[in-house]
Design a protein around this ligand. Structure first.
Ligand code: 9D3
Length: 247
């Protein structure tokens, strides 16, 4: 079980550091994942190795030429890569955890990093399987988005997280935000750890954590509650919070 990320980019140097640390560095060392960058400049057109050109019809900015992108995609394919080609673009479907889970079971994943105003539409039509954005904010290109996707997908590849449950646990917590966490000392600059956590009463601790998670989620991400796994006690507690908020 291993996954190779093929990354097409004009800036391969951007990928040098992010995967050299922590869990991903270990996963690469152990052969569980590989991150291969492909410099689009090497596939550029003409003596200047052009990778962009003016937009037909006029307008602002430059467009990525189709020939370098398709040459790179075809070379990766010819060398045996099987999985989908994903284009990082502000026009894509917004990346989410379920997408990460699905991608983690593949053997190869090709990520195309856009630059300039975007890529020639014919590349999307003929060579791209999926278009993905990482959220509603403007980046300077697809590289950082590709790194986010590698990070989120790689940790779900079997064997990458030491503790196999950790990956599952994210969804096991029922789609709620995490409860507040504390470690020693019990009093820090006059601020005490909640008494219940020191009580040794595991039932009371579990109930407190559940309620804190529900409260936080209601306050910060109420959109998550409609998909969360809630039992009747959770629903009663949320009703209480909502009625308290009304005053
Ligand atoms: C100011 C330029 N914009 C005109 C409406 C278009 C635009 C083109 C290219 C905006 C950003 C970019 C570069 N961004 C990405 O390639 C990108 C991205 C992003 O900006 N946000 C979230 N996810 C992604 S994935 C790729």
């Amino acid at each position: 079980m291993s996954l190779v990320f093929h990354i097409l980019t004009l800036f391969p140097g951007m990928f040098e550091s992010p995967f050299r640390w922590g869990i991903l560095a270990k996963a690469i060392q152990e052969g569980k994942i590989r991150v291969e960058t492909h410099d689009l400049r090497e596939y550029g057109v003409g003596p200047h190795r052009a990778t962009d050109d003016y937009p037909y019809g006029g307008g602002e900015g430059m467009v990525m030429k189709p020939d370098p992108l398709v040459a790179a995609i075809e070379e990766i394919r010819a060398r045996g890569a099987k999985g989908p080609v994903i284009l990082l673009t502000p026009q894509g479907e917004v990346f989410h955890q379920q997408m990460a889970k699905e991608l983690a079971s593949l053997s190869d994943l090709t990520l195309v990093c856009g630059r300039y105003e975007g890529v020639d539409e014919r590349v999307r039509q003929g060579w791209v399987d999926q278009e993905v954005s990482i959220g509603d904010y403007i980046l300077t290109g697809g590289e950082l988005a590709a790194m986010v996707i590698v990070d989120a997908v790689a940790r779900l590849v079997p064997g990458v997280l030491g503790n196999e449950d950790s990956a599952l646990k994210d969804s096991f917590e029922g789609g709620l935000l995490k409860y507040p966490q504390y470690t020693r000392p019990a009093v820090f600059r006059g601020m005490r750890v909640p008494e219940v956590l020191l009580s040794g009463d595991h039932g009371a601790i579990a109930r407190w954590r559940r309620r804190q998670a529900l409260k936080r989620t209601l306050e910060r991400r109420p959109d998550l509650l409609s998909k969360a796994e809630l039992d009747s006690e959770d629903l009663r507690f949320l009703e209480r919070l909502r009625s308290e908020a009304e005053g």
